[in-house]
Write a protein that binds this ligand. Structure first.
Ligand code: ZN
Length: 387
């Protein structure tokens, strides 16, 4: 039923478009976005493209299914008309044979009558010597074979009616054939569009899966690296001088924490005490990093997610060495109440809350006595692990 041997300009255009789209996707995904590799945004985008391609494929498939049903109907209609035409044609031919046979019979009847008459008293054998007389006699006799002749005439009428019906049906078959061929062509086009859409979806879904896997592998590697750094610092802290008693205007070193970002991916300055809106003074450090940059648990503990006008999306991380506050997050990677290990991915960098419209960063606070206790300047603590 389905044929792939037809091509037209429209389909070629579509193919070119699909190829161009795929090329753009491949080129875009080959160009390195950040030094870090793949961002979650890239993975999400690739998977959204894949979903979109799947929807396009779904639409193409249902178009094709509709066309296939219409083609089945066109084929059935055509087959019906062809069948009718064949029946009429064979009836017509059978009538033609009957007519020929009957004509023969009528003629031989006429000859027989003529022979009988010729041997009778009214027409002697002698008169047969004249062709004109014989012809007259023959015509006379034929004229007397009325009933038979009537049958011949009826047959002729039936034959011409059958012939007329045959011609009408032939025209109908012609039209139905044209309609069927058009439907066949349309169905082939839609099948081709569906095949192209499926190909595009396959490629994009492969891309989505690949990026997802690559992204997860990279996250696992980053976590392992963060853990390794934490181990090294813990070892250095226990062998060298204590790092926990710093204090001073840039804040204490907090032993045992890691950088909230991948070290080297963030920059910040000591802005503790800087004036802020509403007469507030800054009670943290603003760690700048790219939008959606992964954010890690600085120590093992429990996550409490929140939302506020100032902080936007926030996390309080309560640990055995104090509580840590992360604000302006673009999104959470763990749920409220999650228990996390040091180095676990917990959120993504953003500019929610009163940072809206500004450069993405984490407003980071350290409360050594736990949530509710006063904050200390986190600058030294994060600078020692992030730079
Ligand atoms: Zn801040």
């Amino acid at each position: 039923m389905l044929r792939k041997d037809k091509a037209n300009e429209e389909r070629a255009t579509r193919t070119v478009l699909v190829v161009a789209t795929l090329t753009a996707v491949v080129v875009a995904s080959l160009s390195p976005g950040t030094a870090l590799g793949i961002s979650r945004g890239e993975v999400d985008e690739a998977c959204a493209d894949s979903q979109e391609a799947y929807d396009i494929y779904g639409a193409a498939r249902s178009d094709f299914e509709v066309a296939s049903v219409a083609l089945d109907e066109a084929n059935a209609e055509l087959a019906d008309a062809e069948y009718q035409e064949r029946r009429i044609r064979s009836a017509y031919e059978a009538r033609q044979e009957d007519k020929a046979e009957l004509s023969t019979r009528v003629e031989s009847q006429a000859v027989e009558l003529y022979m009988q008459a010729a041997s009778g008293p009214s027409m002697g054998m002698v008169s047969l010597s004249s062709p004109s007389e014989a012809l007259t006699a023959y015509e006379f006799l034929r004229a007397n074979a009325d009933e038979s002749m009537q049958s011949v005439n009826d047959l002729a009428a039936v034959s011409s009616e059958l012939d007329r019906l045959g011609i009408t049906l032939e025209a109908a078959v012609g039209e139905l054939t044209t309609a069927r061929d058009q439907q066949q062509e349309q169905t082939a086009e839609q099948e081709s569009a569906m095949t192209s859409a499926l190909g595009a979806y396959d490629d994009l879904s492969d891309r989505c899966r690949e990026l997802q896997a690559e992204y997860e592998a990279e996250q696992a590697r980053l976590r392992a690296e963060a853990e390794e750094r934490a181990r090294q610092r813990a070892a250095a802290a226990s062998s060298g001088g204590s790092g926990g008693s710093g204090g001073g205007s840039t804040g204490p070193i907090i032993g045992g924490i890691i950088c909230p970002f991948t070290p080297g991916r963030t920059h910040f300055s000591n802005s503790w005490g800087a004036p802020r809106s509403g007469g507030r003074s800054h009670k943290g450090t603003d760690l700048m990093a790219p939008f959606d940059e992964p954010i890690y648990a600085v120590a093992s503990g429990t996550v409490s997610t929140g939302s506020s006008g100032l902080g936007g999306r926030t996390i309080w991380l309560s640990t055995s060495i104090g509580s840590f506050y992360y604000a302006h997050l673009s999104g959470f990677a763990v749920g409220d109440g999650a228990h996390v290990s040091q180095g676990d991915l917990i959120a993504y960098n953003g500019n929610t809350g009163n940072a809206s419209g500004g450069a993405p960063h984490i407003h980071f606070e350290i409360h050594p006595g736990g949530r509710g206790s006063s904050a200390v300047n986190p600058y030294n603590a994060v600078a020692s692990v992030c730079f």
